[in-house]
Design a protein around this ligand. Structure first.
Ligand code: BTN
Length: 229
């Protein structure tokens, strides 16, 4: 199905604008003055970078799994840069975050907002080191490539289920079998990342050998060094 791509010079947040739109619309803004990130954080929206929101049909169950589909579609387009995924949907290049996804479900729609630091390294205090793609791609070309991959991956989800998406996601996932730290709202846990369950939860083997399923949290990779170009 063809995406209806709508361009705006300036918006508060593409996710808000997308709420007024029909499914299969993609709202793009050159400038965002109130970009939102996960967990109530601000998304520093430096001009020149890519900001867009996709209006997706809300599935009957497990709408949150769409964030894996979107993250996979983005990382597939950044293969040449050896981009990787940090659960659940951060995209990293050389260990630094270059893109993030904010999924918001409303009524019968799911809005998937994507921010990619295509050109500018945002400044500020961040939980995780950030980087940009140094202008390797034109925003417009990258957006269209992502929409193409997304159509393909939405089809895979529909026909084969999350199992097939998870297989593809694993090819890019960082931290498997490694020690990681997860910041949860009230505590920090540490353990070995085993994988992803079929409901999207991260499986963590704690140091007392018990298995904990994590459904939300900030993951920190401990032994995957950040490379400075
Ligand atoms: C994250 O915290 O990693 C998610 C960041 C999502 C940012 C994008 S930019 C386009 C869309 N509009 C927003 O306000 N947020 C998302």
């Amino acid at each position: 199905m063809k995406w209806n791509v709508k361009y705006f010079d300036e918006l508060l947040s593409t996710n808000d604008k997308a709420l007024d739109e029909l499914c299969h619309t993609c709202v793009v803004a050159k400038k965002q003055t109130k970009g939102r990130g996960r967990c109530g954080r601000t998304w520093v929206s430096s001009e020149g970078n890519l900001f867009f929101s996709l209006v997706l049909e809300k599935p009957k169950t497990d709408a949150h799994l769409l964030s894996f589909v979107v993250a996979l579609s983005v990382v597939e387009c950044l293969k040449d840069l050896n981009a990787k995924l940090k659960w659940p949907n951060d995209i990293l290049v050389n260990g630094k975050k270059v893109a993030g996804i904010l999924l918001e479900a409303v009524d019968d729609k799911v809005i998937a907002g994507v921010g990619i630091n295509t050109k500018v390294v945002p400044t500020g205090d961040f939980l995780y080191p950030v980087a940009s793609l140094n202008g390797v791609y034109e925003n417009e070309d990258l957006l269209h490539h992502i929409l193409e991959r997304l159509d393909e991956n939405l089809y895979v989800l529909k026909e084969q289920g999350f199992l097939a998406i998870r297989e593809k996601y694993f090819n890019f996932m960082l931290g498997i079998s490694k020690q990681i730290k997860v910041q949860l709202p009230l505590e920090e846990v540490q353990g070995t990342l085993l994988g992803i369950a079929l409901d999207g939860a991260m499986e963590l083997k704690l140091n007392d050998s018990s298995i904990r399923l994590i459904r939300a949290g900030d993951v920190f990779l401990m032994n995957e060094g950040i490379k400075n170009e």
